[in-house]
Structure formats: C-alpha cells, structure tokens
Design a protein around this ligand. Structure first.
Ligand code: A2P
Length: 345
C-alpha cells in the first residue's frame, strides 16, 4: 500500500536529501507534504518531475499523514510531536529531542530493527557520528562483544546544516581572496582550520556530541555498560564524516577476521588498498549509501585491541537514508499506527 508522508524541515540539508531518497528508492508515497518555517512558505521543491509547494507548518499540517520525517531541529520536533502523534501519524525524528527517552526506540535498521515494534508514535533517528560508527563496529560486536571504544571524529560542515556548508565555502573563498572570513553558523572559521566540536560542554569537559556517541551507542547496542570515550572535532570537509576507532575486546580479534566480517556486512563497504595507501576518504563517501571502512589493524599497544578508520556521508546514512530505512521498516513490519488511513492501490 501507499502512505501519506510529510517532511518537516523539507528545505534543509537533510530535508532535501529525504526528498531525493523517497524518489530514488521508489518509496510508496501517496501524498507528500513539504513543511518548513514560514520563511520558506511559497517556495517549491522538485519531486517526481513536479514542483511541490513548501508550506509553513501548522496545527492542521498532519491531518491524514501516516509518516512524518522530521529534520528541523530539536525545538521544532518538541513543539510538534504531540500534534503529530495525536493526528495518528508516526514521527521519525532526526533531532536529539527524544533519542534518550526510554519510551522512544532509537534505531539503526541494520543493528536493532526489532526495537521498532515498541514505538508509541515517535521513533528517533540517532546522531550521525553514532550511526556511522555503529554500522562499522556492530558486526564485530556480534562476533565478540566489545569491551571499550575510543573514538575520535573528523566531522564535516553538513552536520550543522545547509547554512554551515555555505559558510564553509564562503570562508574558503574569502581566505583565498585575502579577506576576513565571516562566521555565523560556526563560532570560529572552519576553512583551513579545525576546532573541537562546538556543542555545549558538561562539567566533565565532554561536549554534547561526544555524550551523544556514548549514550546513544549504548542504547542502540542494548549494552548499557559498554565503555566508550569520544573526542569530536569539526573539520573543513563539506558533507562526509570520518572517524578513527579503537576497539578493545576480551580476546584478540584478528584483523583478517574483522575484514571478512565487514566485507559482507550490510551497508558497509571495505575500502583497503594497502599498496597504494588508499583508504576511506570523505570525498569518496560523499553521496554514497555505504559506510566506508578500512585501515583495519592490530593495536600495537594492546593484544586485544583493533584499530579501524571509517568515512560515511553524514546527510545520507548519517541522517536521511537511515530515517527512510526506518520508514521502510515500519511499512514492511506493518507498524504504522493507522494502517486504516493508508490508501490501498
Ligand atoms: P526554513 O528553510 O524555512 O528555515 P538545516 O538543518 O539545513 O539548517 O535545515 C533546517 C530545516 O528546519 C529547514 O527546512 C528549516 O526551514 C526548518 N525549520 C527551522 N526552524 C523551523 C521552525 N520553527 N518550524 C518549521 N521548520 C523549521
């Protein structure tokens, strides 16, 4: 059957990718509503050869809608979730608003699809760096439980939205023209620079992004005791994130075995050409569905340690693709709230 879909935040970096994915994956859309702030009302976006109008979100935006794909920030999701759920739709929320709520499943379809069955109208899409890391390490965790994770991230501008991507380009241009780069989306110049992730810091000195990786990975893996520490850094890359991951197991994990597992893991692409020193790079991962993994090697400092390197498109698997896969999962498992409102064809 076909379902009625709304995209909340349709004009954003993730929103426009959601639109593209619904079309390219031939998602069974009956009606599609594009919602954003009043600033965007009256503009249009292309879908299946038509220009669809963008509307300002309002109280009656969700009438008859089955699935809302939301990517308009945590405050917008919080403001509209109740209205969405009461109107009978399921919201798949890309923001951090509900991720750690015990009533809300936090899902990566390749890792914990079974959690979707517990939903009460809200499903959370995890943080982008968390999704990308989970994709690469969960297949190993299933073979031998991970004891401890030490991760360092190299995060692109896209994580801060479409405006931040434009800002990075404008800054690069300004610097090349010997002008002072302007900063609005970011606190400091990102072009030809990098800085520790600019999310709020807690008392222990961890930023919110690092805490998301720690808490969300534990929730998705259903491993509340898993030891994780993270250092998140913003780098001048447009839209794919990279991560250096150190894993500690209870017993040695042979790199060759890890390679074989990851070579056949869903949604993962093994990229290793040791002779050429060619490994995953953000420019290669950009626009791709898979998480690229490589440089798998024994940790020289620990007999039970394994090192790996990954890159993944932050907007695709890190956000929009994962959300669309959750929507596909809801349809496949018949987990939409109001199957009666679905139109049969
Ligand atoms: P708009 O373009 O009208 O501002 P990004 O993550 O790329 O910055 O995109 C954010 C998305 O969220 C945009 O589509 C933006 O719409 C939308 N948005 C931001 N604030 C609101 C709001 N208060 N109500 C509805 N949509 C919002």
């Amino acid at each position: 059957h076909r379902v009625n879909v709304a995209i909340l935040g349709a004009t954003g970096a993730v929103g426009t990718e959601l639109l593209e994915l619904l079309e390219s994956r031939q998602f069974p859309v009956a009606n599609l509503k594009l919602l954003a702030s009043p600033r965007s009302a009256g503009t249009t976006l292309p879908f299946r050869g038509e220009n669809l109008p963008v509307e300002a979100v309002s109280e009656d935006s969700f009438q008859g809608v089955d699935i809302v794909l939301a990517s308009a920030g945590a405050s917008t999701s919080k403001a509209w979730a109740k209205t969405i759920v009461e109107s009978g739709a399921v919201i798949i929320d890309n923001s951090s608003a509900f991720r750690m709520d015990s009533q809300v499943p936090l899902i990566v379809p390749e890792i914990n699809p079974e959690a979707a069955a517990q939903h009460q109208g809200i499903i959370a899409n995890p943080n982008c760096t968390t999704i990308l890391m989970g994709m690469a390490i969960f297949p190993l965790h299933q073979v031998q439980p991970i004891k401890r994770i030490v991760v360092s991230t190299y995060q692109s501008a896209s994580g801060a939205g479409a405006r931040a991507m434009e800002e990075l380009k404008a800054q690069a241009k300004a610097i090349l023209e010997n002008q002072t780069p302007s900063t609005q989306a970011f606190p400091y110049p990102l072009a030809f620079n990098l800085f520790p992730h600019n999310s709020p810091l807690n008392e222990e000195g961890y930023c919110e992004e690092e805490m998301k990786m720690i808490r969300e990975t534990r929730k998705i893996f259903n491993a509340p005791q898993l030891s994780i520490t993270a250092t998140c850094v913003r780098v001048p890359v447009l839209r794919a994130h990279s991560e250096a991951v150190n894993l500690e197991f209870s017993r040695p994990f042979a790199p060759q075995q890890a390679r074989e597992i990851l070579a056949s893991a869903p949604g993962v692409k093994l990229v290793e050409e040791w002779q050429a020193n060619y490994f995953p790079m953000p420019i290669d991962a950009t626009g791709k569905d898979e998480v690229f993994v490589g440089r798998i090697r024994q940790d020289l400092s620990h007999p039970c340690g394994l090192e790996l390197w990954l890159c993944g498109d932050q907007i695709r698997k890190g956000a929009a693709l994962n959300a669309v896969q959750i929507a596909e999962l809801l349809i496949e498992k018949n987990l939409l709230k109001s199957s009666t409102s679905a139109v049969s064809v």
